[in-house]
Structure formats: C-alpha cells, structure tokens
Ligand binder design. Structure first.
Ligand SMILES: [Zn+2]
Length: 239
C-alpha cells in the first residue's frame, strides 16, 4: 500500500505520460496532413509549369508559321518584280519586299528568344516534376511511419490508461473525490510537486499551514493554480 505522497507522485507520472502519448497521437496525423498539403502544392506548381511551357510553345509555333507565310509572300513578290509593267509598280513591289524582310528579321529574333524561353520553361517543368516525385516519396514514408507508430501509441495509451485506473484505485479514500474532480478537467496539471515551499505548477509560495497539512498527508490544493499538491520522494511521512 502506497503512501499519499507516493500515490500522487505515481499518478502525476502517469498523467504526464498520458499527455505525452496524446500529443504524439495528435502529431502523427498532422504530419501526414502537412506532407499531403506539400504534395498538392507541388502538383499545382507542376501543372502551372506545364501550362506555361505549352503556351510558350504554341506562341512560338505561331510565330514560325507567320515567318514561313511571310517568306512565301516575299518569294511571290520577287517573282512579280520581273513582270512589273511600270517603274512605279516595280518600286512598290521592292518597298513591300523590303518591309516584309524587315518584319521577318524582327520575327526571327523573337523566335530565337522564344526558343530560349521554351528551354528554360522545359527545365522548370522537369524540376517541378522531380520535386513532386520526391514529395510523394517522402509523403509515403511519413504516412507509413505514422501509421505504424499510431498503432503502437494506441496500445501504449490503452496500457497507461489501465495503469491510471489501478493507481487511482490505490489513492487513499479521503483524496479520491478531490483528485477525481481536478483530474477530470485538468489532466496532468491536476497535480503538482512541491518544490521547496512553492507549488511546482505555478511557483506560488505555500503557507506554513499548507506545508503542515502536506506533512500530515492531508489533501492540499494550491490556492493559486488549483493543483493537488504532493511532496517529493523522502519528504512526506512514511516515504
Ligand atoms: Zn500552483
């Protein structure tokens, strides 16, 4: 049969373990959700990169078609030069040819630029797809790890909860109700070890009267944070 101090110490240890287990159980699904979110973002990035690459290619193809059709027109105008019936018509044709050639030279520069841009965009698509593949692999690893951890944590939680029930059963009867009341709402923070003469939960100084009651193994609650107090090992009666 345990003393009051050791019973409360044990309960506090169990409660701390429960807090830790619950936070780890909570953390796993959050890690999975975060990695799934990263995959979705990268899928979107890859889609956008592909779209930009496709648009640039279409625009470049259009420019090349325009270039070809203008080149054909220049050839056509050149053939008409020989059949010009007047100096005026000859000059008009020559001016048109010069204008088209000038326009094509600008277009050729634009096409070169667009091809360079397409190369850059193609590299971006490649990188986005590689990043996405990595994120999917990593996400899969996180999910596998969390799935196997959750099962272990769940059974550990069940074990510690039954340990808690046993420890609660060992509490002296004059403590039971007071303890149950705070434990229900506060979990781990329902209990606090006395450090020197202060509450280990909120560092409020305890009165000499409270210290006396503690030494007499009576239920003492911190007046500041409401925690059920207990003495460290070796300080209480019977420890
Ligand atoms: Zn306190």
């Amino acid at each position: 049969m345990s003393t009051t101090g050791s019973a409360l110490r044990e309960l506090h240890r169990i409660h701390k373990q429960l807090t830790d287990l619950r936070s780890r159980l909570d953390r796993g699904p959050k890690q999975v959700a975060a990695s799934e979110g990263a995959v979705r973002r990268m899928e979107l990035d890859a889609e956008q990169a592909k779209e930009a690459h496709k648009k640039a290619r279409i625009a470049s193809d259009e420019k090349q078609l325009q270039l070809k059709s203008r080149e054909a027109r220049i050839e056509d105008l050149k053939s008409k030069l020989n059949q010009a019936s007047s100096n005026k018509e000859f000059q008009t044709l020559k001016d048109q040819i010069a204008a088209d050639q000038q326009a094509n030279s600008v277009l050729e520069d634009e096409i070169l630029e667009s091809l360079e841009r397409i190369d850059i965009l193609a590299a971006k698509v490649k990188k986005a797809e590689a990043d996405l593949a990595n994120a999917k692999t990593e996400g899969g690893k996180v999910k596998t790890r969390v799935d196997s951890e959750q099962a272990g944590l769940e059974s550990e939680l069940a074990r510690v909860l039954s340990e808690l029930k046993d420890a609660e059963g060992n509490l002296p009867s004059d403590y039971k109700q007071d303890y149950a009341r705070v434990a229900r709402v506060r979990g781990e923070e329902a209990l606090a070890e006395v450090e020197g003469e202060v509450c280990g939960g909120c560092y409020q100084m305890l009165t000499p009267n409270m210290m006396n009651e503690l030494y007499l193994a009576k239920p003492v609650f911190c007046k500041s944070c409401g925690a059920l107090l207990y003495l460290a090992e070796g300080r209480g009666v019977g420890d």
